[in-house]
Design a protein around this ligand. Structure first.
Ligand code: DGL
Length: 273
């Protein structure tokens, strides 16, 4: 038995872990933030794949049988190759799941006029993962995407409440809603973005529904464990959470404190060896 692992390039996955722990409080979790190499958004397909695979292997070696890529960029650029090419070779009984599929499955239930907006990193937007996946499930939905390259650095640098955040959130949302003023549902297609939610709500048109992925992913994980009892029995259940970062633990602890009020255990981890 082992913990469920949650991985992100940095702090964004904490927004997912927070929701998952509320939904599944009895399970054990480990979280890994690759803060030393964040952001992944502007990086090439090959580099994001290489970094994500290193993280997955490390999380397996720490005892996880199930890894959640709580990162849209990694889900868009690395998940499929890891699932199809690497897992059968590394260990066919372990699983890696992402955040895009559950979000895409949920969006059709929310949009009434079938106009959906996606905000995400450059990598996620260029991968076209959202339009392609939404088109498979709900071909009647018109998808408009906008890359917001400054939003992750604002979060990673603790600037998400600053006037700089107002400037970039307003600028990017204005552009998105100018391209499709009919958007009635907005997917936050990056796990860092819920930290900017107060600003996002301030600058988007009234009445638009914002889907952040915490709730969607945690419900989908609960459902997955229910449908896969062979995986559920491998997940230990003592209600613990342990954090790892490729950066300095003190730096990580400060930001993680926004989500987890208790005194958290953080350890440094090297990935590129
Ligand atoms: N939190 C990530 C995502 O959901 C990645 C952000 C980044 O590293 O650029 O896309």
């Amino acid at each position: 038995m082992g913990p469920i692992a949650v991985f992100d390039s940095g702090y964004g996955g904490l927004t997912i872990l927070e929701s998952i722990r509320k939904e599944l409080p009895e399970y054990d979790f480990i979280y890994l933030g690759d803060n030393a190499r964040t952001p992944y958004g502007p990086r090439s397909f090959d580099v994001v794949y290489e970094y994500t695979l290193e993280a997955v292997k490390k999380l397996f070696s720490l005892g996880a049988h199930l890894v959640i890529l709580a990162c849209n960029t990694a889900s868009a650029k690395a998940l499929r190759t890891i699932q199809q090419k690497d897992l059968p070779r590394i260990d066919p009984d372990r699983r890696v799941l992402g955040v895009i599929r559950p979000s895409v499955e949920a969006v059709g239930d929310y949009s009434e006029n079938r106009h959906v907006g996606i905000v995400g990193t450059v990598g996620t937007v260029l991968s076209e993962s959202y339009p392609l996946e939404i088109n498979k499930i709900s071909p009647d939905i018109k998808v408009t995407q906008k890359a917001c390259p400054m939003w992750v650095p604002l979060v990673e640098n603790n600037e998400f409440n600053s006037p700089g955040a107002d400037f970039f959130v307003k600028k990017d949302l204005d552009e998105l809603f100018k391209r499709d003023p009919k958007i009635d549902t907005l997917i936050l297609g990056c796990t860092h973005y819920p930290l900017l939610l107060p600003k996002i709500k301030m600058y988007m048109p009234a009445g638009v529904i914002v889907l952040s992925q915490g709730d969607i992913v945690s419900k989908s994980l609960k459902d997955y464990l229910y449908r896969h009892p062979e995986m559920d029995v491998k997940c230990s259940k003592n209600g613990t959470v342990h954090f790892y970062t490729t950066e300095h633990p003190d730096k990580f602890r400060q930001t993680a404190g926004i989500f987890f009020k208790e005194d958290i255990r953080v350890e440094h981890l090297e990935l590129n060896n």
